[in-house]
Design a protein around this ligand. Structure first.
Ligand code: GLA
Ligand code: ZN
Length: 663
């Protein structure tokens, strides 16, 4: 399958020429250096509002005209940003309502960035205006190829406008009925019955913070507010520049915005990738990063995405910012491409001279020339990326999916009970994704709203909250021949956080899994139960369900405690498919052992060695060494090394951070 916006891999990143407006020779030098570094794209104007509109209604596009012209003359594409991520001081001074109010009820003063009120009509209007001006001015500019909306939307605001908007949101959600709200929030509990909408405020530490259903509503409201803020931003762009695709750069994981929903409104997904390579835990970092790449890729049914930011060297926001080892930046970029990125972009092109990020890695350092290790590394990578343009736009349909559902991240965070300190839903999903990654199987990371029928195997760890219809969907999927794996604490609450009555897992799922989940035990740190599986003894940690097998076949049982001999792993044949229930949590390689029973083919038959990972994309196979040592892989046939054009076969050595791209 193919979906592409460019014919080549985009190589470039955040470019802030406005910081160098008084040194035109640096602009010219940038053009020379970009070409030298095989940079073909620049993301311009992300934080340029004060420069574009120095006074209310007074615009200055002259500098932007000039730099876009220069970039175009030099064959460099432009991704043009809208500037709402940071506002001019005059705007905050004149319209204080645009400043965010923190949970403590105090309105922020002007400063930093990413801190606007999400609701403020004035801010939305001002953003729409400047975006309209940009669109009108550059709609036919030959260099402008994509819109970069704002920057890393995040956070929440507790101002009166947001409180009122939240109440309106609730009225709509609960059909204008306080009875319905009181029922769904179970407000009979602790005498919390609401008798007027004005009694409701946003959840806060010093206020209402124990009603998980309410917190879920707040998260949905905040997320939808960000999405409608984004829609407000793009409205003039869609009207004036319908031919220019739109994206906004997401972060690794921000609970507050349902990225799976926001992605639906983008032409392509992009995200900012900052693995902690300097931590000395490369495999964990590589695994997590792989998971996120696949998550973002899956948000638009597997279509390629952009890695909109990454650092050319160190960052400036860890406690201690160690330089990554030579080669790591390149391997990290190749990993992105292998998993579906059609871009390798950096924050930032040139280090700023002053300001908060002056020591953040950049392609061009303060020395200003190309004779640096980082510049040489980026140049070498740029040359190599040019050889990989065959892969652009390519993707294929995976046969396996892991369900990582955004709203379930909220629901699993808020309830009180069982194990309150060891719950991390995301970590559990990554744990089940890990064996697939290790084996070289391309897995999708999907939400519970996505279509399961495309997959042979769907793994849904800890799917605690079931939205309307998910139970039926699982049933149909299994009935029609699918393999569905669920784990502990599956199907306890509905989308409004009310427990299902009549036993867990919810409704028809008892029939589908052939079990009844009666109790859940929580194990303090250090306390363990055990399960023998495939000849190996596994620790049961943190949490485990006590279940009864009705129709299900019991594959393994617990080893001790009063529920020794109760089922721990079951399978139920249902229709043409099978439903598996793994009733406990294990932090070792149980998932890998368990998944080995399924016939899931790796992307290629190359024999990997430990800490070497493989991924096929289009015609190309990427083999990547994340270990700290040289490794050997054994190829199953003759391949062409796409980077060197050599034919290779048999045993091949990979140096530390080495990789192969094979065809
Ligand atoms: C984020 C931002 C950038 C920059 C980098 C630094 O990703 O989007 O503007 O601050 O972090 O790592
Ligand atoms: Zn607000």
């Amino acid at each position: 399958m193919e979906k592409k916006f460019f014919d080549y891999i985009i190589h470039g990143g955040d470019y802030n020429p406005d910081q160098w407006i008084n040194t035109p020779e640096i602009w010219d030098e940038d053009m020379r250096l970009m070409k030298l570094a095989h940079v073909n794209s620049a993301t311009v104007g992300i934080f340029s509002w004060a420069m574009l509109e120095p006074e209310e209604g007074v615009y200055n596009f002259e500098w932007l005209d000039r730099i876009l012209g220069k970039l175009h003359e030099n064959g460099i594409d432009v991704i043009l940003a809208t500037p709402s991520g940071a506002r001019p001081a005059w705007l905050a001074q004149k319209y204080p309502e645009v400043l965010r109010v923190e949970e403590n009820g105090i309105r922020n003063e002007y400063g930093v960035r990413h801190n606007h009120c999400i609701t403020s009509p004035v801010y939305r209007e001002k953003v729409r205006n400047i975006n309209r001006k940009l669109a009108e001015r550059y709609k036919d500019h030959p260099a402008v190829k994509m819109w970069h909306i704002s920057n890393e939307y995040s956070g929440e605001c507790h101002c009166e406008l947001c409180q009122e908007a939240f109440r309106e949101w609730l009225k709509k959600y609960y059909h204008n009925s306080l009875d319905e709200l009181n029922f769904k929030w179970w407000n009979g509990f602790w005498s919390h019955t609401i008798t007027d909408w004005s009694q409701i405020n946003s959840p806060k530490y010093r206020g209402e913070n124990h009603i998980s259903a309410m917190k879920l509503c707040w998260d949905r409201f905040v997320s939808e507010s960000h999405i409608s803020f984004y829609e407000n931003e793009i409205a003039p762009l869609r009207e004036i520049t319908p031919h220019i695709p739109v994206t906004t750069n997401l972060m690794r994981m921000r609970d507050g915005i349902n990225y799976q929903e926001l992605a639906k409104k983008m032409d392509l997904v992009s995200w900012d990738n900052y693995p902690h390579w300097d931590k000395g835990e490369n495999i964990e970092q590589a695994l997590e990063t792989a998971f996120y790449h696949d998550m973002f890729r899956s948000m638009k049914s597997g279509q390629p995405f952009f890695m909109m930011e990454s650092t050319p060297s160190q960052v400036n926001w860890h406690d201690v910012n160690k330089l990554p080892k030579p080669g790591m930046q390149e391997l990290s970029s190749i990993q992105a491409v292998a998993h579906g990125a059609d871009s390798v972009q950096y924050f930032q092109w040139r280090k700023s001279r002053g300001g908060h990020e002056k020591y953040h890695g950049a392609v061009v350092d303060h020395c200003g020339h190309e004779n640096t290790r980082v510049f040489r590394d980026i140049t070498r990578l740029g040359e190599k990326l040019e050889k990989l343009s065959d892969v652009v736009g390519k993707y294929s349909q995976s046969r396996v999916a892991v369900v990582f559902d955004w709203e379930n991240t909220w629901a699993t965070k808020y309830f009180h009970g069982f194990n309150n300190i060891n719950r991390d839903y995301r970590a559990e999903c990554i744990k089940w994704y890990a064996p697939l990654w290790k084996k070289g199987v391309t897995a999708d990371i999907i939400s519970q709203d996505d279509d399961f029928s495309k997959y042979d195997l769907v793994i849904a760890p800890f799917l605690y909250m079931l939205k309307d219809g998910t139970d039926k969907k699982i049933e149909e999927y299994v009935e029609n021949g699918g393999n569905f794996v669920a784990t502990y604490l599956t199907g306890l609450v509905d989308k409004d956080d009310l427990c299902f009555l009549g036993g867990f897992p919810a409704n028809n799922l008892k029939k589908v899994f052939g079990i009844w989940h009666e109790d859940t035990d929580a194990l303090p740190e250090g306390m363990k139960n055990s399960v023998l599986y495939n000849g190996k003894n596994y620790d049961v940690v943190h949490v485990c369900d006590i279940i009864h097998a009705n129709e299900a076949e019991v594959l393994e049982k617990y080893g001790k405690d009063f529920y020794a001999d109760y089922p721990a792993v079951t399978v139920n044949s249902y229709g043409k498919g099978k439903a598996y229930y793994v009733a406990f949590r294990n932090d070792d390689d149980f998932a890998e052992n368990f998944l080995s029973q399924f016939d899931i083919r790796p992307d290629a038959d190359i024999k990997l060695s430990p800490d070497v990972y493989m991924r096929k994309r289009g015609e190309l196979i990427f083999v990547m060494n994340f270990s700290d040592e040289e490794r050997t892989v054994t190829l199953d046939k003759e391949y062409t090394n796409v980077i060197t054009d050599e034919k290779i076969n048999g045993e091949v050595k990979l140096c530390v951070s080495g990789y192969l791209v094979l065809k």
